[in-house]
Design a protein. Structure first.
Length: 185
């Protein structure tokens, strides 16, 4: 595949000027040099697909059987179990926000949090998600105020996850053990 070339000399000049300006506008300081910085540059509609591919690759590296979901009710299938995948990059205010949690046809959700030079992961059963959402205990409605019922989110400071999440992972290695318990070997 050949690289596209700019043929218009005026566009080449503008690109060259842009190249000299670009260093003055780096990605936020703490993401500079991060192997995950490219995710921050993608539009939000692509971040979900990126999360699905990251999680599928990581789970496969742990020797689980991974495949696509046959429908839009789950994102991937791990050892025959339907899984929803949520990705959050660390927000400027230090939060992870796992958004668009829904009551769909999946058994558990894998929530992958990515910071500039670290990552965190939790595997949470759908039953636990729905219970915490219903009780407004760490998972709250995302739309429609307190009465919203279609989507929810889990939001917390990266370095202060709710205590209940400890049973669902934290580090990637801890989450892998939880996943193994959820899907078997």
């Amino acid at each position: 595949m050949s690289q596209r070339q700019i043929t218009d000399p005026e566009v080449r000049m503008l690109a060259a000027i842009g190249g000299t300006i670009e260093p003055d506008f780096p990605l936020s300081g703490d993401w500079a040099g991060s192997p995950f910085a490219w995710i921050k540059l993608r539009p939000s509609r692509q971040v979900g697909a990126i999360g699905e591919r990251l999680v599928a690759g990581w789970v496969a590296s742990k020797k689980f059987a991974v495949g696509p979901s046959p429908d839009s009710q789950a994102d991937i299938v791990v050892n025959g179990r339907r899984v929803e995948v949520k990705l959050s990059t660390r927000w400027k205010n230090g939060l992870y926000k796992f958004q668009q949690l829904r009551d769909q046809d999946y058994e558990f959700a894998i929530c992958l949090g990515v910071s500039p030079f670290d990552a965190h992961c939790w595997a949470i059963s759908k039953a636990e998600i729905l219970r915490r959402w219903r009780e407004r205990d760490g998972i709250v409605s995302q739309h429609g105020g307190r009465g919203g019922t279609d989507t929810a989110w889990l939001s917390f400071k990266v370095d202060e996850p709710p205590a209940w999440l400890a049973d669902h992972g934290g580090t990637l290695a801890q989450a892998a053990k939880v996943i193994q318990g959820l899907v078997g070997t």
